[in-house]
Design a protein around this ligand. Structure first.
Ligand SMILES: C[S@@+](CC[C@H](N)C(=O)[O-])C[C@H]1O[C@@H](n2cnc3c(N)ncnc32)[C@H](O)[C@@H]1O
Length: 578
């Protein structure tokens, strides 16, 4: 974003309902430091933006005062970039945009996820009494996936296309994964024993036809195992090496999923199957229906993520997963909408209050720290196992090793694919359980996006041009997913209502450079007014005099508050806003 634009464009939000005092608009995070330097030479001291980002020893980046800040000064306003509502509140009269309670308003907008493909946007329904907060969790989940908004203003601010897409993603996930047990679909993996058999309508039936340029997942698995092959060795890796190890492992997982997707995208597939016993080549024709595609991923998850003795992976999509998935989807939607607006030069007012995806990416990632913490916990839990368990495990391990040796003997008969899967299982057995849960959430997300993209391809010709213009298509790879996930866990704020009920989480990139202090000199305050778009914004006020050069800190609240509230955030600091 052009810094000049951030200081000259008036904020729509501020114009609509200004509050006093109005602070100077904050610049884009990435430009904060530079802009403050520039401002020093232009503005009087009182006008100068009062804080800048500085590196502090052992604390990383932090906001410090660029001048004396008086008590009760409004430092800046930030708007949530990504939000996610806790599952019980999804259809309980809380506006998804401004978080206001809208029980008594009659203009709720409901967005059934099963919109016809030709729908031009949203369906406006009449507000109903159902969905009061009192119903929270009481009557179970309704079949309809909805997002409710105070009125069209809130919906428009949120983005109707984003809301629609998020509903569709969620419904896909819940439908596809809920009855996985009843489906009887055989994975291609079970048929195709050639490690690199390529799929496609015109693919010759030989494994040498592979055209992949990226390393095959088997190479990536080998690469990861060569870096570290036990939990303890992983813990010894430097930050750089651990980063590479995680990149490689996630890319291997991506490769395994992509192989399945490429198989589905070509409805008539010719594969070469080499059986263990007679090495005969069989050509099989497969036709994939939507239902079959939908059934593939739960099977894939079972195949890929089973085998870790310690794994406690939920067989169904959990509410926690859905919260994470909604947040990731919202951020991806917002990114696409912003990119479109930037391309068309229509960023609109309020751009200086709003954060952009680049601001989100500038936040601190907690991936490495979280990984190490979880691995240490896993090791600690393992050590606490009773001697009996250990003995049992040793026996199992012995048998496994014997089996492995036996398998090695039979290596010439074993397919390359079986070997790959064995290696993959060995790799995931040394990963923390929490990472496997992340793999699950990622798989669910990719699955939903993939199925939706199949639907879009099938239905888009009948769409109106205006709908196509606004339509969002989501796709994700592991890098994007991790960028979003591990920044969110380190930086999200819990959003609470007046009775301190946790409604959901939101990320305010502008506020992400505030470090924690038990004696904070900055206080955060959510704009509360009902049906006011500003309710999605956060204000940061000084609590007393802050001298030039002094660090500006907020209180992250009771650190233990967040633990257990959300699996994805376990063991992390949760910023709590009242
Ligand atoms: C919201 S971010 C704050 C900005 C962060 N320092 C950065 O460089 O992006 C939260 C992270 O900052 C660090 N942090 C926050 N408060 C701290 C403190 N009082 N002492 C040391 N580190 C702190 C921790 O790494 C924490 O996970």
């Amino acid at each position: 974003m052009d810094p000049a634009e951030t200081t000259t464009t008036p904020s729509l939000l501020l114009l609509l309902a200004p509050i006093a005092p109005t602070p100077p608009p904050p610049p884009t995070l990435a430009l904060v430091g530079q802009q403050q330097e520039d401002k020093k030479h232009q503005a009087t001291e009182e006008d100068a933006f009062p804080i800048k980002v500085t590196m502090l020893p052992n604390k990383g980046r932090s906001y410090v005062a660029t001048r004396t800040i008086q008590p009760q000064e409004l430092i800046f306003v930030a708007e949530a970039f990504g939000t996610t509502m806790c599952d019980p509140w999804l259809d309980c009269g809380i506006c998804h945009y401004c978080w206001a309670e809208i029980l008594n308003h009659k203009s709720q907008i409901r967005l059934p996820s099963a919109l016809p493909a030709s729908a031009t946007g949203t369906r406006t329904g009449t507000g109903t009494e159902r969905g009061s907060k009192g119903q929270k969790g009481g009557k179970g989940r309704k079949k309809e996936t909805v997002m409710v908004f105070c009125d069209e203003t809130c919906l428009e601010m949120y983005g109707p296309e984003a809301a629609e897409m998020i509903c569709r993603v969620e419904e896909k996930i819940r439908r596809t994964w809920s009855d996985s047990g009843s489906r009887a679909w055989k994975l291609k993996m079970e048929h195709c024993k050639e490690s690199k058999a390529t799929v496609g309508p015109d693919t010759p039936s030989t494994s040498s036809a592979t055209t992949t340029t990226a390393p095959h997942y088997s190479e990536l698995i080998e690469q990861a195992m060569a870096t570290a092959d036990t939990k303890e060795r992983i813990l010894e890796l430097s930050d750089t090496d651990l980063g590479l190890f995680l990149d490689t492992t996630w890319s291997a997982f991506d490769g395994l999923i992509s192989e399945q997707e490429s198989w589905i995208t070509h409805p008539t597939t010719t594969t070469t199957a080499t059986t263990k016993n007679d090495h005969q080549h069989n050509t099989q024709q497969h036709s994939r229906t939507q239902a079959q595609c939908g059934a593939l991923f739960p099977k894939l998850a079972k195949l890929l993520l089973e085998g870790n003795n310690q794994a406690t992976i939920a067989p169904k999509t959990s509410d926690d997963d859905c919260e994470t998935i909604r947040l990731v989807s919202e951020i991806l939607c917002r990114r696409q909408i912003d990119m479109r607006a930037a391309t068309s030069g229509m960023m609109g007012d309020g751009a200086e209050v709003r954060a952009m995806f680049e601001d989100y990416c500038a936040m601190q990632s907690n991936e490495l720290i979280l990984f190490r913490q979880q691995l240490q916990e896993d090791i600690h839990n393992q050590e606490e196992q009773s001697d009996d368990d250990k003995q049992e495990q040793e026996q199992e391990q012995e048998q496994e090793e014997q089996g492995t040796q036996h398998q090695d003997h039979k290596h010439s008969l074993e397919s390359k694919h079986d070997t790959n899967m064995r290696q993959w299982r060995t790799l995931i057995s040394i990963l923390p359980n929490h990472l496997l849960s992340c793999f699950y959430a990622y798989l669910r997300l990719r699955d939903a996006y993939f199925l939706l993209s199949c639907e879009n391809v099938a239905t888009s010709p009948s769409d109106t041009p205006s709908h196509q213009e606004r339509q969002i298509t989501l796709s994700i790879d592991n890098t994007f997913f991790r960028t979003i996930l591990y920044r969110e866990v380190a930086n999200s704020f819990g959003i609470r209502d007046s009775s301190e009920e946790l409604l959901g989480f939101a990320v305010f990139p502008r506020a992400s450079f505030f470090n924690h202090s038990c004696r904070p000199n900055i206080q955060k305050k959510r704009r509360q007014s009902s049906r006011d778009v500003k309710a999605r914004q956060m204000e940061y006020w000084s609590t007393g005099v802050i001298k030039e050069g002094e660090e500006c800190c907020i209180s992250y609240g009771d650190i233990s508050t967040g633990v257990g509230e959300r699996r994805a955030r376990s063991a992390l600091v949760i910023l709590v806003i009242y």
